[in-house]
Design a protein around this ligand. Structure first.
Ligand SMILES: Cc1cc2nc3c(=O)[nH]c(=O)nc-3n(C[C@H](O)[C@H](O)[C@H](O)COP(=O)(O)O)c2cc1C
Length: 229
């Protein structure tokens, strides 16, 4: 069985999937483990809608129609994907992973058309046969958003253990209003993001991308610890 540390290192954002179905039983096993994620006050501020088959295809078709009618459609609202004018060192990290991905795909920087076409693959879940949409109530505060993140990471790690690949996708935030109507969400509910789920295509160059991380020195201040004796 995969250790937690091994699962943390093995999980990547998979952006090409095999046309192999994900069964409801397998997804339920993943979610049944992930629902033990902690949350402040144990309020579990989340709800999921899982789609496969026709339900998956319907949401992809809706996204494609909506974005074809208006390529600039943006329904992020008051919870934007990134803060405005992202600052360093975060800005450089975002740029670096984007460029590394396009390098794997062999898409040049000036080839805006192909880059946009690639980004549109988000709305086909990169070919994944299934996805879950994560829903949070707008009345929840920043604390609960952090808790939702723990739930999402728990889902992808539990998936990893079962060799189910994943890609979290906040790109679906661009269609928050459209999706709220499609899924008949409650008045104060909103989609945070989706997670594409399925089986990785090992031959796809994009799946060879391994994103970097800041070192411990950059992100941790250890204070007062004894050395290991
Ligand atoms: C909440 C969340 C939303 C994300 N949204 C997208 C997305 O819409 N499209 C995409 O291709 N990657 C998306 N990613 C993947 C990140 O780009 C990726 O996690 C990061 O570059 C680190 O790479 P890794 O996941 O392979 O370790 C998202 C990740 C998270 C955690």
């Amino acid at each position: 069985m995969l250790s937690v540390a091994a699962a943390l290192r093995a999980r990547i954002s998979t952006r090409a999937f095999l046309p192999k179905a994900l069964s409801q039983e397998t997804l339920a096993e993943i979610l049944d483990a992930a629902r033990w994620a902690p949350s402040g006050g144990n309020i579990q501020p989340w709800r999921l809608i899982a789609v496969a088959g026709e339900a998956r295809d319907a949401v992809c078709a809706l996204a494609s129609q909506t974005l074809q009618a208006n390529p600039g459609q943006n329904e992020e609202g008051d919870r934007p994907i990134y803060p405005e004018n992202l600052w360093e060192p975060h800005r450089a990290r975002r740029y670096a992973v984007g460029e590394a991905m396009y390098e794997k795909l062999g898409i040049a920087r000036e080839d805006k058309f192909t880059r946009l076409a690639w980004l549109a693959r988000n709305y086909a879940f990169f070919g994944a046969p299934a996805a879950v949409f994560a829903i949070i109530d707008r009345r929840m505060g920043h604390g609960q958003w952090a808790h939702l993140g723990m739930f999402l990471q728990s889902i992808v790690l539990a998936a990893e253990e079962l060799s189910v690949a994943s890609c979290m996708q906040e790109s679906w935030a661009r269609l928050r209003g459209t999706l709220a109507g499609h899924f008949a969400l409650g008045e104060s509910e909103m989609i945070y993001c989706a997670i594409a789920l399925g089986y990785a295509d090992p031959s796809a160059p994009v799946n060879a991308l391994r994103s970097a991380r800041a070192s411990l020195e950059e992100i941790v201040a250890f204070r007062g610890f004894p050395s290991k004796s």
